[in-house]
Design a binder for this molecule. Structure first.
Ligand code: ZN
Ligand code: ZN
Ligand code: ZN
Ligand code: ZN
Ligand code: ZN
Length: 251
């Protein structure tokens, strides 16, 4: 059951469940970007939003990637700053789950809840802590020095994107104002979506195939993979972009 009105310790006013949020927001809990349904303050002037995951965070949690860790919720991460989320590699600036070990791991509430399996259009992606293939965006296995970061990898192992890299791509586009509102859905303009997938040339270099036909097939699957991940991280509204972009590149 979902509560439509909640009280939250982080804000003096009531928060309302808003299933049709159409404008990207910055979550006032974890400070990360949000697109999907959220809780927002009953007073519009407050412009206060919480991801569902942040509003309903429990005092402790577990994650299968860290079997020996006991994660506790914190409004602000204790310990040495700056801190990074071990899932997405982004800064921890607000709400966080931190494990109780001496050298703790940190996870954003939304990252704790990332789906382990994404399926769509005949593609299955698994959330992975360790990957054997390079991320198609950054061409590296690590997000940055010392931070491996989680990835979504296709079951065939050929398509891999860091959660961090997908977040970066979407954030960049958001900052550049490339999100257009279409009816109730937030969609990336087709041009920008195109710039997020590896170029055909790059894919050909990967030795996937020397045939042009296979190269473009690889490219279109990579695009689809990326769209599935964007939807998984940011919620369903962006999923509408799939059909739209596919139709532009189908010829
Ligand atoms: Zn949040
Ligand atoms: Zn308020
Ligand atoms: Zn731990
Ligand atoms: Zn994170
Ligand atoms: Zn990457």
């Amino acid at each position: 059951m979902k509560y439509t009105v909640i009280e939250h310790f982080s804000h003096p006013h009531l928060l309302l469940w808003n299933s049709a949020e159409t404008v990207p927001y910055q979550c006032d809990g974890c400070k990360e970007l949000g697109f999907k349904a959220c809780y927002r303050c009953e007073y519009v002037d407050c412009d206060f939003h919480l991801h569902e995951e942040c509003a309903t965070a429990s005092s402790s949690t577990f994650h299968t990637f860290f079997k020996k860790c006991d994660f506790k919720f914190h409004e602000k991460a204790p310990g040495e700053c700056p801190r990074y989320c071990d899932a997405c590699g982004k800064d921890v600036l607000g709400f966080v789950y931190q494990c109780t070990h001496k050298k703790p791991y940190d996870l954003h509430p939304c990252c704790v809840k990332l789906q382990h399996t994404i399926k769509g259009d005949g593609i299955e992606l698994k959330l992975s802590k360790k990957v054997s293939s390079k991320c198609l965006k950054c061409q590296s296995k690590e997000v940055s020095k010392g931070i491996k970061g989680w990835s979504y990898v296709s079951t065939c192992g050929q398509y891999c994107y860091h959660v961090a890299c997908v977040k970066d791509m979407v954030l960049e586009n958001w900052k550049n104002g490339n999100f257009v509102q279409q009816s109730d859905a937030i969609e990336l303009s087709s041009l920008e979506m195109q710039s997020m997938v590896p170029s055909q040339e790059l894919v050909m270099q990967c030795g996937e195939s020397s045939s042009r036909r296979k190269g473009s097939r690889y490219w279109s699957i990579a695009k689809l993979v990326l769209q599935l991940i964007v939807s998984a991280i940011f919620g369903d509204p962006t999923y509408g972009v799939v059909a739209f972009v596919e139709s532009l590149f189908s010829n």
